[in-house]
Design a protein around this ligand. Structure first.
Ligand code: IMP
Length: 185
């Protein structure tokens, strides 16, 4: 770490999705969502912290009126396995009643975080709730969630970059890669 030649890439076992591949998929997804939400003034709800690069790129490829909000939920702590309990760390500051909500998430893994959030939004009488995720790690799913939009299917490995972290780090990596197990082992 102290060496001047250190690169974040050195901590990766392999690269899964390059910067260019991500840009192409995210832009394509934004255009698709744009078609479906034109004239509906959606409320785009980002799940912090991991959503930030994905949400920023996604909404800038959508030429529609929208509002953007954020919520902070926590289920992981600093572990690489889900704790199974979801906490709302920072809640919503805007009414969701009668709104078409698009939840933007970095990765759907067990699905517990989003099943909790979707239930909360439905309880608050959102008109509709759809999930847009960068990565869908379907192999680990335990909760029932419907993923409407996804950029990539993710293998069953611990991945970092483009918003995804390990212990708060690697979110600024512009690509997505599999972390070397010795980093968290
Ligand atoms: P779920 O509730 O199990 O679906 O977990 C979703 C959250 O777990 C995501 O928002 C991430 O913060 C975290 N997560 C799940 N898999 C990974 C991974 O491979 N790398 C980094 N974070 C992950």
């Amino acid at each position: 770490m102290s060496s001047g030649t250190y690169s974040l890439n050195d901590d990766l076992e392999r690269v899964l999705y390059s910067r260019e591949a991500i840009a192409e998929r995210v832009t394509g997804l934004g255009q698709k969502i744009e078609q479906e939400y034109r004239g509906r003034n959606p409320l785009v709800l980002g799940v912090l912290k991991g959503c930030f690069p994905f949400l920023a790129d996604l909404v800038r490829s959508m030429d529609v009126l929208m509002e953007v909000e954020f919520i902070t939920l926590s289920s992981y702590g600093d572990e690489t396995q889900s704790s199974g309990t979801v906490r709302t760390v920072t809640g919503l500051s805007r009414e969701v009643q009668n709104r078409d909500v698009i939840v933007v998430e970095d990765i759907v893994d067990t699905g517990r975080t989003l099943s909790h959030l979707v239930k909360m939004l439905k309880d608050q009488r959102a008109a509709s709730v759809r999930i847009a995720t960068l990565l869908d790690k379907a192999a680990n799913r335990v909760a029932d969630v419907e993923v409407a939009y996804s950029c990539f299917d993710c293998p069953d490995a611990f991945v970092v970059g483009y918003g995804l972290d390990y212990a708060g780090r690697y979110r600024n990596l512009p690509l997505i890669g599999v972390l070397k197990p010795e980093i968290y082992g």
